[in-house]
Ligand binder design. Structure first.
Ligand SMILES: Nc1ncnc2c1ncn2[C@@H]1O[C@H](COP(=O)(O)OP(=O)(O)OP(=O)(O)O)[C@@H](O)[C@H]1O
Length: 264
């Protein structure tokens, strides 16, 4: 369970550049909830992720994950149980290391790192996990990650982030830099991994179709606040046009890019 209680983030407090990026955020998620997040530029979406992950300090409030208060825990400690993916496929993997070495590191998340070679059984497990991505990576364990395409690399990053099941997964527009077809493939891999492992997940997207297609809840942010949380029957029955209408009337954001319906 993830609980945010009255979380506030202020950048440059007391200066002319003071900016309230998160304003009294309250949120309660059950285990396995998969929330898609939409919101205009500067709404506070990335700041929300940074604050949950511990990269940005909240000036007020509490973040509680599975009964543990994270508020005073540094980022590196939170990273043991919070998986993160970013827009940039270059983040999250070590390019000069092989697929096997990268996965070896991922498999030791939360433990003391070492680059010991995998046992035969472990290697088979790793191959199977790669095979399920269906990108031909299972036969390329010795290949350096820097030579992979953006989509292959993002899928591998996803596998790494979930190899040891995280308590929370934060997907920050992780398919935005990929071509539409690859983006859909990586999104469906994401959804499969999340559902199979019952991982509580937050995913930022600017694509309204994806916001409804994936996950079980959709959150709209504006000016550092959560202005709508759509779930249950209401979400199941909601069309993309209705979401676009709700989004644009509640945020007054009519930007074409944000209203993108279908990237295929
Ligand atoms: N490190 C920082 N220092 C000062 N202001 C910041 C910092 N990071 C973000 N902000 C400001 O906080 C607000 C929220 O930014 P944030 O990046 O969280 O928005 P976002 O919803 O992720 O936007 P986008 O869709 O453009 O990525 C913005 O006004 C931004 O300029």
């Amino acid at each position: 369970m993830l609980e945010l209680k009255d979380v506030k983030v202020v950048f440059n407090p007391g200066t002319v550049n003071e900016k309230v990026a998160l304003n009294h955020i309250n949120l309660l998620l059950e285990d396995g909830d998969f929330v898609t997040i939409i919101g205009s530029n500067g709404a506070g979406k990335s700041t929300l992720f940074q604050t949950i992950a511990g990269a940005v300090e909240a000036s007020q409030g509490q973040i509680i994950l599975n009964q543990k208060d994270l508020s005073d825990m540094p980022e590196y400690q939170r990273s043991r149980f919070i998986g993160r993916l970013f827009q940039d496929p270059l983040k999250g993997t070590a390019p000069s290391m092989t697929i096997e070495e990268n996965l070896s590191l991922a498999s030791q998340r939360g433990k003391h790192f070492s680059l010991k070679l995998f046992s035969h059984t472990h290697k088979q497990e790793m191959k199977q996990a790669l095979k399920e991505l269906n990108l031909g990576l299972d036969e390329r364990l010795d290949v350096k990650v820097g030579t992979l395409s953006g989509g292959q690399r993002q899928a591998l990053t996803l596998l790494m982030a979930t190899y040891v099941t995280p308590q929370l997964l934060l997907l920050d527009e992780h398919t935005a830099a990929l071509d539409p077809k690859t983006a859909q493939k990586v999104l469906s891999i994401s959804s499969k991994l999340v559902e199979e492992n019952h991982i509580t997940t937050l995913m930022i997207t600017h694509n309204m179709e994806d916001a409804l297609r994936y996950g079980n809840k959709t959150m709209i942010m504006k000016d550092g606040e959560i202005i709508a949380l759509i779930e249950g029957e209401r979400r199941k029955n909601m069309t993309v046009d209705e979401l676009i209408h709700l989004y644009s009337t509640s945020t007054h954001d009519y930007n074409d890019r944000l209203l993108l319906r279908d990237s295929n």
